[in-house]
Design a protein around this ligand. Structure first.
Ligand code: PLP
Ligand code: COI
Length: 341
């Protein structure tokens, strides 16, 4: 397979149109067979549920070339399951989970020329999504839906890759208690747009959102969960009903406990205790593990001892082990790495 002539090492996290995408329609109470299509454009009625009431959900995962040259992906069954949870919460018909994984494989294979080579630092980002397509003007769920998957080659989510970033404690909320923060709904990201533009204008790479109820506990950023390392090398991750259950975070917790023999705590994390942690990072499909060097809380700076030059030693160990498993350099749990081609 002849690869596309792309400067893999220097692409950012952006959209690049690839050759094929997958589409399946839900009509008259059933999903059709689905197919690959060439068109990247979508034409819908002006009153479609997605336009009027934001009835749309999505997922994010990656395909990449492992050390042995196979094209693989990481735990796609968990993306399929999370998309089912998201669909149910927004009153949408779940796309069958086994078909989700098969459809992802089909799209990646059809765009094999865009899968970055091993060691390039780039990956093929996969974006499954679903939307309400028929006209709805009263506030109610649509009864027709489109499920699609496109892929696009991407580089690191944060400029500078593994360099520590500086983030701020946001004055805006991303999700409400008992709201939709724990699913991957487009509306959650719309909620975060003003906050991220504001943070960028002020020179910060991301926002730390607090719990909307008490504004004392750490939630997550706009696109990643937090990991913290204590001075005695315990991994701490925030527990909350209003954050997205990150597949990367769940995998890191497993790696820390079962492979690196670390203590792991999944519990409420208070803003007041951040100063006591030794390391901080963001984790997610796009973020992988991105170190946080400093957190600015309304002018009060929390600087982690690992500094601004490189990721802290424990974060690095977690990063090396997780990416080692993903790339097939380290043996991980069976079924985590799924072959596509
Ligand atoms: N939190 C938010 C808000 C996200 O958008 C993402 C990205 O998917 C994550 C966390 C990380 O989740 P995952 O590791 O499953 O990609
Ligand atoms: C992902 O990591 O897949 C996401 O969806 C996060 C988004 C901010 C790109």
């Amino acid at each position: 397979m002849e690869k596309k002539d792309i400067d893999w090492a220097n692409i950012g996290f952006g959209y690049m149109k690839t050759d094929k995408r997958y589409v399946s329609w839900y009509r008259n109470g059933a999903w059709d067979d689905g197919e690959l299509t060439d068109s990247a454009e979508i034409t819908l009625n002006e009153c479609a549920g997605v336009f009027q009431y934001a009835q749309t959900i999505f997922e994010g995962l990656k395909a990449y070339t492992a050390e042995d040259g196979r094209i693989v992906m990481f735990r796609p069954d968990l993306n399929a399951a999370r998309m089912t949870d998201s669909a149910k919460r927004l009153e949408m018909p779940p796309f069958p989970e086994d078909r989700f994984v098969e459809a992802v494989k089909q799209v990646v294979k059809a765009n094999e020329a865009y899968v970055p080579p091993y060691g390039s630092g780039a990956t093929l980002y996969i974006r499954p999504y679903m939307m309400g397509t028929n006209p709805v003007i009263g506030v109610k769920p649509a009864n027709e839906y489109m499920f699609r998957i496109f892929v696009t080659p991407v580089g690191p989510y944060f400029k500078g890759g593994a360099k520590p970033i500086v983030i701020k404690v946001s004055d805006f909320d991303r999700a409400a208690p008992h709201g939709t923060g724990n699913i991957k709904a487009g509306l959650n990201y719309a909620m975060s747009l003003h906050a991220i533009v504001t943070a960028h204008e002020e020179g910060f790479a991301e926002n730390m959102y607090l719990d909307a109820g008490s504004r004392t506990k750490v939630e997550e950023t706009g696109g990643a969960n937090f990991i913290f390392i204590t001075k005695d090398k315990t991994l701490v991750t925030p527990l909350s009903d209003s954050i997205l259950p990150s597949i990367t975070r769940r995998s890191i917790c497993y790696v820390a406990e079962h492979i690196l023999g670390m203590k792991v705590e999944h519990r409420e994390v208070y803003l007041d205790e951040l100063k006591d942690f030794a390391e901080c990072g963001l984790c997610g499909t796009a973020a992988v593990i991105s170190p946080v060097g400093k957190i600015n809380d309304h002018g009060r700076e929390i600087a982690f001892p690992a500094g601004m030059e490189e990721m802290g030693p424990v974060t690095k160990e977690l990063y090396d082990t997780l990416t080692g498993i993903q790339m097939g350099r380290i043996e991980g749990p069976k079924d985590w790495v799924v072959e596509i081609a």
